[in-house]
Design a protein around this ligand. Structure first.
Ligand SMILES: Nc1ncnc2c1ncn2[C@@H]1O[C@H](COP(=O)(O)OP(=O)(O)OP(=O)(O)O)[C@@H](O)[C@H]1O
Ligand SMILES: [Mg+2]
Length: 275
């Protein structure tokens, strides 16, 4: 087995990540507040261009893992590398540079967009933070361009989130995530708040954007049909651990772990969409 130093480093690499929270209900053990592990010894690698889906039931630790991978929360222990560079040790300008490469699309397009801000401001805000020297016209061009890429017209710029449908709001959220041209997008239940048909359009959009912008996806979903549409690889989480991981086709058609088998058995009809 070769070491990573002699191969192309993965875009993102996590080793033995662990995150605990205080146990609910104020339980005490041995005099100290008991803690529960939301993510327990998780290791994974994300290669450029792939879509890794994380599936698992509610509370299995998917969101906690995603937030740690983006360093939105700090792990208790473990390692995190971006293209071989130590992400947990990064700070200042180095950390900001790594951060702009990794963006998040949120579950709830109603809650994640500031209702008092115009769409142009919402989508352009990451530019204000990361490219403050951008001229006004240039900034407007960048925002308009990314809105167009997600299927929204220029007229959206001066309007407010409440003037749009759920699917349109999710498009706006995706535009905001993509305006800095990140390499990695983490989408946490991106369609679970939407009607099935609207969700299917958003999944198709994500697929097209991946091709057009050479994106790498980490897709989080409790829904295997959603995962089947996009994933190249699937990791199954249960109780904070990854219990099974493999190529999407293998996991969906020949799962080996009993928990994965139960997830698959729970789907009425699996719209498998893999070549
Ligand atoms: N900030 C927090 N404080 C305390 N406990 C937390 C916190 N965030 C998450 N947890 C706990 O960690 C565990 C994993 O939660 P997490 O939100 O990561 O699960 P999930 O797989 O994303 O679930 P869902 O599918 O419902 O979104 C749960 O038991 C949860 O209660
Ligand atoms: Mg979650």
């Amino acid at each position: 087995m070769q070491t990573t130093s002699t191969m192309i480093a993965p875009l993102l690499e996590a080793r033995n990540l662990r995150k605990t929270f205080p146990a609910p209900g104020g339980a005490f053990a041995m005099g100290a507040r008991a803690r529960v592990a939301a993510v327990d010894d998780v290791s994974l690698e994300l290669a450029a261009g792939e879509t890794l889906a994380i599936v698992g039931e509610s509370g299995s630790g998917k969101t906690t893992l995603a937030r740690m991978l983006l360093r939105l929360i700090e792990p208790d222990s473990g390692e995190l590398r971006v293209e071989g560079r130590d992400f947990l040790a990064a700070s200042g300008a180095g950390l900001r540079a790594l951060r702009r490469e990794m963006q998040m699309v949120f579950q709830d397009p109603f809650a994640s967009l500031d209702p008092r801000m115009r769409v142009g401001t919402i989508v352009g805000e990451p530019l204000d933070i990361h490219e403050p020297r951008l001229g006004r016209l240039e900034r407007r061009d960048r925002v308009t361009e990314i809105l167009r890429a997600v299927g929204m017209g220029e007229d959206a710029l001066t309007r407010y989130p409440h003037e749009f449908s759920g699917g349109q709001r999710q498009r706006i959220g995706i535009a905001r995530a993509l305006v800095l041209r990140p390499r990695l997008v983490v989408a946490d239940e991106p369609v679970s708040a939407l009607d099935v048909s609207v969700g299917a359009q958003i999944l198709e959009l994500l697929q097209n954007l991946q091709r057009d912008f050479s994106l790498t996806y980490l897709l989080i979903s409790h829904s295997l049909p959603v995962v089947a549409q996009l994933a190249t690889r699937i990791a199954v989480m249960q109780g904070g651990r990854i219990v099974e991981t493999g190529a999407a086709e293998q996991i969906l058609t020949a799962p080996t772990h009993p928990y994965t088998q139960s997830l698959i058995a729970a789907i009425p009809v699996l719209p498998v969409n893999i070549e």
